[in-house]
Design a protein around this ligand. Structure first.
Ligand SMILES: [Fe+2]
Length: 495
């Protein structure tokens, strides 16, 4: 049976097509429409998906009327009354099928558990908002999931983090990772943290217990103890302490999971907050070394989540290269020639990654050793200068260069201290950490061969790897996008 999972009408729309346990297709709508975080679907993504088969069953990643009940509570009357945001109406132009609905957090939990290597596992999901739930803890065994705890709107760690992202002048529900990057430049101060906490969190052993509803942000908020003086220093310090509080709240949730799910030490983690790789590293180091996170834990990954929930068993998870296919041989030699000449070079080859990180098939690559490289790549990508780039390192060499909190980090989900930051300035953050991607032959044989050849020639077992996109735009999807990128930004892109 072919099952089509759909995530849409929220943000980051996506499609997943399963043929029983095999994942035939998983892709983001934004890559086809060119609209970053596109909440809508298009005929383009549907027709690419249908090249892999036509669905027998259609499943949607949340329950629309349950969501409307929360919107009614929140006073979002226009959303409540709008019938065109009902999936049954909206999807008619694409499909004639009846739709089965799965709850939002069930989709997150299933995306994580059914792609994991575990038969028995605890599951934690933390996000901003779906229907009502914002955090849930589960026990899963033999394909059955049992919810043991949940936190509901308006208590939401994701909403608070997004509100703080907006307060710092960034785009909520999009730029949260920039706040996380800014945090490294600030100073953690217990007194400042106390005052931020006092404004937003009740003193409580229960995690994520907020003093106010942050659905509409907190643009009018200022810290009495440390008022906004309009400087970058203020923003960096607030970011550092916000990130630290976020880590503490996440830790509380996982400590609770330890108590509520004593049967197993395995852990699957989902929801948009699982993109916070600094917090992920703390959880892996301190509480759950066996932490599994799907490379697409946010709402986009829920198209796979709801489809696998309907299937009711583990899918055959091999890797994340599940999207649009640029056919042809992976251009190892051409890319290496550019890297040897110290050029920044793009690669757009094979199937696109399902998830926000480019992991070798839609990547912008560079030699990580030059001190000027970071500024050069930032200039091309039009990013803030303070932001670091990630290294893609041969898996067997990762532990010689980084203090890894986990054995492997094939989806760039964990940070690690670099042992030689002076040697690799382009991939080190201000605190000498890096968001590491480990690359093995199994994960991506072509990318592995490329890095291995680079290692043999230069003695450096890694390359700088960032997504092939410009800030605020989706990652390159097809061959023509690659040509356009090359023309616009004067960087060679090989397919
Ligand atoms: Fe979500």
């Amino acid at each position: 049976m072919k099952i089509l999972g759909i995530s849409a009408l929220n943000h980051d729309a996506s499609l997943t097509l399963l043929n029983n346990k095999d994942i035939l297709f998983s892709a983001h709508s934004e890559r086809y429409s060119g609209v970053k975080n596109d909440e809508y679907l298009s005929h383009k993504i549907f027709s690419d998906c249908f090249r892999y088969g036509y669905p027998d069953k259609v499943v949607f990643f949340e329950r629309p009327y349950l969501k409307k009940s929360r919107q009614l509570y929140a006073g979002q009357y226009r959303e409540v009354l709008n019938r065109m945001n009902l999936p049954s109406k909206y999807l008619k132009k694409f499909l004639p099928h009846n739709i089965t609905y799965i709850q939002h957090h069930t989709s997150h939990a299933c995306a994580s558990y059914f792609t994991s290597p575990y038969d028995e596992s605890a599951i934690v999901c933390i996000d901003a908002i779906g229907e009502w739930e914002t955090c849930s803890i589960w026990y899963a065994y033999g394909g059955h999931l049992e919810k043991r705890y949940s936190i509901r709107y308006p208590n939401s760690l994701g909403l608070w983090y997004s509100a703080m992202t907006q307060r710092l002048g960034l785009k909520p529900q999009e730029d949260e990772y920039i706040l996380m990057g800014m945090a490294g430049w600030g100073t953690i101060d217990e007194e400042l943290k106390y005052h931020i906490r006092k404004d937003f969190f009740k003193e409580s052993p229960i995690p994520i217990n907020l003093t106010k509803n942050l659905h509409r942000g907190c643009l009018d908020w200022d810290c009495e103890f440390y008022p906004d003086d309009g400087t970058d220093e203020w923003k960096f310090n607030i970011a550092a302490n916000v990130q630290s509080i976020c880590e503490e709240e996440i830790t509380k949730v996982f400590e609770l999971a330890k108590r509520l799910v004593p049967e197993t030490s395995n852990m699957c983690y989902g929801g948009g907050v699982a993109l916070n790789c600094v917090a992920n590293s703390i959880i892996a180091e301190e509480l759950y070394p066996s932490l599994w996170i799907i490379p697409n834990p946010g709402d986009a990954g829920s198209s796979l989540g709801c489809a696998s929930a309907y299937l009711g068993e583990h899918v055959n998870w091999n890797n994340t290269f599940l999207g649009y296919d640029i056919k042809g041989r992976y251009p190892i030699k051409k890319v290496l020639d550019e890297l040897y000449q110290n050029n920044i070079v793009g690669v757009a080859s094979g199937r696109a990654e399902f998830g926000p990180r480019a992991l070798g098939n839609r990547s912008l690559l560079a030699d990580p050793r030059g001190s000027y490289i970071k500024d050069e790549v930032n200039k091309i990508k039009k990013r803030q200068e303070f932001r670091p780039f990630a290294p893609a390192v041969l898996e067997e060499q990762a532990h010689t260069i980084f203090d890894m909190p986990v054995k492997k980090s094939q989806y760039m989900q964990f940070v690690a201290k670099c042992k030689y930051p002076e040697k690799y300035p382009a991939i080190c953050h201000i605190d000498n950490t890096s968001r590491v991607q480990t690359v093995s032959k199994d994960d991506n044989p072509n990318f592995y061969n490329l890095i291995n050849k680079f290692y043999k020639q230069t003695g450096c077992p890694m390359v700088l790897n960032t997504s092939l996109n410009i800030k605020g735009q989706p990652i390159v999807n097809n061959y023509h996008d690659g040509v356009e990128f090359s023309r616009k930004y004067n960087v060679k892109v090989y397919s």
